[in-house]
Design a protein around this ligand. Sequence first.
Ligand SMILES: [Zn+2]
Length: 109
Amino acid sequence: MNVRRGDTVLVLAGKDRGKRGTVDRVEKTKRGFGVVIPGLNMAKRHQRARSRTQSAGIIDLPVPLHISNVQVVCPRCNKPTRVGHAKLENGSQTRVCKQCGEQIEVTTK
Ligand SMILES: [Zn+2]
């Protein structure tokens, strides 16, 4: 998986093309994997009242963007980049920026 939660990504398609956001979650969709970015690719959803605490109305929901429609922005060089994979000395896999060659770390809270 090239894109992970916590990554900064550039949107390549859709109405928010050219914008950047932080991946909130990666989820499996019918078309493959999608990433949810709060505030981007929002859609109106008509919501029925399911309980007394949840009122009916139109709410904004971020719709998952297909993973091929976003590009990871390298936290080191701040450029949208393709992601490579490298093996560390301790045997674990890491992701590297194809632009500057630095590792891409993910800060997951
Ligand atoms: Zn880089």
